[in-house]
Write a new protein. Structure first.
Length: 364
């Protein structure tokens, strides 16, 4: 926590909350809207917390005279999270952002109890009373980077370092392989679980295991540069999944995509300023106002592959390409999506099965 944010947190406890006759928060014209954000981890120059921080920095840049942002970081345990959110609400913060799914259950409980503030949760499952949620369609970026992997693999074996067997990770790795198979039907995907969002030692071991099994392109769900660095050391390609790690590994990162949460922050803030905020769910991928943006490509990636990626990205934005369009079979050969059919958002968000060609399993 910075000295500045600590002073804001401790210095404003006596601030009075402003209410409308209906019990909703209002902001007088001459006041700045107070916005609070709580990070469970430390803000660094890469990874999940970095992209969360980029969102509120964009908010500050857009509303320099209308918004005052209070940021707390390293609030790791749930009891502290709930206590700090309550305190921020008491201080008069009319809009509060959770930055991770780990805060979602707490915010579902707190939001109805604190109607003087509005709540938003990144990676929340569904909107609730006084709680909006927003999440990225990670699978769109994973599908596109899979195309690059499918074109560049020599062994036809790709590798995925899995954090936890949750739907977000499962649909991402499935989409990655489907993207690869769209240009290379012989591609398969080796899967190793590390059961951690960030654990450098486990990530390195997982990459070593995947490479020993023949994988020559590595991607995965822990969005840190560790696995990319391990892949480079092993002499294989890597993918920047939800983060661009090219500054660490240069041209050995084939392709990458990043998260951009700024539209969610800006839209929610503008709604509060306008007095028309509502608890809605936003699930967006690539495109204008989306939460996914394609990032750096390796200069080693052939121009022809770059054109393929551009065309596929344009088709996704136009709605002409849906990564989970059938026919799609699972590992057992069971038809999960029939020819021409599309998985619904609900089916994608609750995905617990692996597509044909994934070599690994979902732990029971």
């Amino acid at each position: 926590m910075t000295d500045q944010t600590r002073r804001r947190l401790l210095g404003g406890i006596a601030a009075a909350s402003l209410w409308s006759g209906m019990g909703f928060p209002i902001v007088h014209a001459k006041e700045k809207l107070k916005v609070g954000i709580i990070h469970m981890g430390a803000i660094s120059n890469t990874g999940w917390e970095y992209y969360q921080a980029e969102a509120w920095r964009a908010l500050q840049a857009k509303y320099p005279n209308k918004v005052e942002v209070t940021v707390l970081e390293n609030v790791a345990d749930i009891q502290s999270v709930e206590r700090q959110f309550r305190q921020l609400a008491v201080q008069g913060h009319k809009l509060l952002f959770g930055t991770t799914f780990s805060q979602y259950a707490s915010l579902r409980k707190l939001a109805p109890q604190l109607p003087q503030s509005h709540f938003e949760c990144c990676a929340g499952i569904e909107a609730g009373k006084n709680l909006g949620v927003f999440e990225a369609r990670h699978y769109e970026g994973a599908y596109l980077t899979g195309i690059a992997a499918g074109r560049m693999t020599k062994s036809n074996v790709l590798g995925w370092v899995g954090a936890f067997p949750v739907p977000q990770v499962i649909y991402s790795l499935n989409a990655f392989l489907l993207g690869a198979q769209s240009v290379n039907p012989d591609a398969v995907l080796k899967l190793v679980w590390v059961n951690a969002w960030v654990d450098p030692a486990k990530e390195r071991d997982a990459v070593s295991t995947l490479v020993s099994q023949g994988a020559d392109v590595i991607s995965g769900s822990p969005n840190t540069p560790v696995q990319s660095e391990a892949a480079r050391s092993a002499g294989v390609w890597s993918i920047g999944n939800t983060g661009d790690f090219s500054e660490f590994v240069q041209e050995t990162q084939l392709a990458s995509f990043e998260l951009d949460w700024s539209p969610a922050h800006i839209e929610a803030t503008q709604a509060v300023l306008d007095g028309n905020w509502e608890p809605v769910g936003r699930w967006r991928g690539i495109g204008n106002g989306g939460f996914i943006r394609m990032a750096t490509r390796s200069p080693a990636l052939p121009a022809s592959v770059g054109k393929e990626l551009d065309a596929a990205e344009a088709a996704i934005v136009a709605g002409d390409l849906k990564p989970f369009t059938g026919p799609i079979k699972d590992q057992s050969g069971k038809m999960r999506v029939t020819e021409g059919a599309e998985l619904s958002d609900g089916d994608i968000n609750s995905m617990t099965w692996l597509v044909e060609g994934v070599q690994g399993r979902v732990p029971s």
